[in-house]
Design a protein around this ligand. Sequence first.
Ligand code: HEC
Length: 125
Amino acid sequence: MIRKFGLVLLLLTLPASAADTPDMRGSPFAMQGGEAVYRGVCQGCHMADAKGASGAAAYPALAANPRLAEAGYVLSMVMDGHKGMPPFRGHFTNGQVADVINFVRSHFGNRYRDKVTEAEVQALR
Ligand code: HEC
């Protein structure tokens, strides 16, 4: 129940532009594939071009971000969150976590070739 309540809070606090996208109205965590997860969930804060935003809160750019070189860092951020970055471990399958990480680390000017595997995600469960 606590996790579900947290999800509702997360959806309510997402910027309006994200709440207006079709993915956010349906079952947002049912999407498959790294790009679909990014478009449905991450871009609400990190923006469509992954360049982040600042305003009421600061959302760091994921585009051309050298901190994404360390796959384990990205994995821990997505699983457990940090400050304004919500934890997603309760909302994504292992495959969704691996796919979205592999997507952001190989797009938006990032060229990291090593992949996060579902087994590595499972090891953090
Ligand atoms: C509700 C807004 C929100 C959503 C949704 C969100 N993030 Fe974040 N994210 C943040 C904030 C805020 C930070 C900065 C956290 C901090 O200060 O440590 C962050 C930080 C990060 C970082 C670390 C960046 C750095 O330079 O250290 C990564 C990687 C990241 N997010 C990936 C993702 C991915 C992948 C998704 C989708 C699964 C996602 N985020 C969804 C708000 C969000």
